[in-house]
Write a protein that binds this ligand. Structure first.
Ligand code: FES
Length: 300
């Protein structure tokens, strides 16, 4: 797709507005959908779609790590980027009563859900947390859209982290909660939510912690290296220490970018990659899958 505009959306947040380079119609998408972008360096990352114009797709990118820095510094209007999608890994189900919780750039899927709630006339509320007002994209739009349905938690104006009551106070047992943001915010919502009737939907920025992992060895056949994967780390993290250009994207087992061939031994499946990303019988996702026994050998 061709980059047709690069609006500044907040401090250190740039938008990429994209249109099909071959003149075909812009694909449709629904709230919570994301687009896979392959950058000129070959890095591949996923960004939530957050625009309002059906003739184009827009993503918002905060400068935070190698890929987003490349977007800020190298990608310009007129460039053509390889894209895949849109795909929806964080779907909005339109429950009658909805609490939306966003931290920082986690607003990108949530803003599309807020627009959808308003359009459908649902009973909804948004909690939007950030460091400073200037760093929070879509703030003016959301103030106008949500009015009294918005709780704004700005660190700089409060000098403390959001409390459980501030974040979840509006939700009763029948309120569906959608949350996207940094790990501490997600952990707060997940642990404090308790037993309720309505679902919690969330999307992470960071890889999930490894639960009940066992240590194993991963041998990289082509590199001739054997690496120890501790119980609390992923094979991808360990492999990246030794081979920094190993491809990855979501780090959560759904995009399939880190898929590798397994030459020897069995794999304990943990990822949820579907469609083209799904690993075959002799493949593993380095970011989530582990060895079933003491070790395995991969084609890397
Ligand atoms: S990086 Fe996406 S499945 Fe591993």
């Amino acid at each position: 797709m061709r980059v047709v505009d690069t609006p500044g959306l907040a401090d250190d947040v740039v938008g990429l507005v994209l249109e099909p380079a071959d003149g075909t119609p812009t694909p449709s998408w629904s709230p919570g959908a994301h687009l896979d972008l392959t950058l000129p360096s070959g890095l591949r990352r996923q960004y939530s779609l957050c625009g309002t114009d059906p003739r184009s797709l827009m993503v918002a990118v905060r400068r935070l790590g190698a890929a987003s820095t490349e977007i800020h510094e190298r990608v310009r209007e007129g460039d053509v980027l390889h894209t895949q999608g849109p795909r929806t890994a964080f779907p909005f189900c339109g429950e009658p009563r909805v609490l939306l919780v966003a931290g920082g750039i986690g607003i990108t899927p949530i803003v599309t859900m807020a627009r959808e709630c308003a359009t459908r006339g649902l009973d909804w509320h948004l909690v939007y947390a950030g460091r400073t007002r200037a760093s929070m994209p879509f703030l003016d739009e959301l103030v106008a859209l949500a009015g009294s349905r918005l709780t704004l938690l700005v660190d700089e104006e409060r000098e403390r982290y959001p409390s459980v009551g501030e974040v979840l106070g509006w939700a009763d047992a029948d309120t569906a909660v959608y949350c996207c943001g940094p790990t501490p915010l997600l952990d707060l919502v997940r642990t404090a939510r308790g037993p309720v009737r309505a679902p919690l939907h969330y999307e992470r920025f960071a890889p999930p912690p490894v639960i009940s992992g066992r240590e194993f060895d991963v041998t990289l056949a082509r590199a001739g290296l054997t690496l120890k994967v501790p119980a609390d780390r992923s094979a991808l993290d360990v492999v990246l220490d030794a081979v920094p250009d190993t491809p990855y994207s979501c780090r959560q087992g759904f995009c399939g970018t880190c898929r590798v061939q397994v030459c020897e031994r069995a794999v304990e499946r943990r990822g949820r990659a579907g469609g083209p990303g799904r690993p075959g019988a002799r493949e593993m996702l380095l970011c989530t899958d582990r060895a079933e026994g003491v070790g395995l050998t991969v084609d890397l």
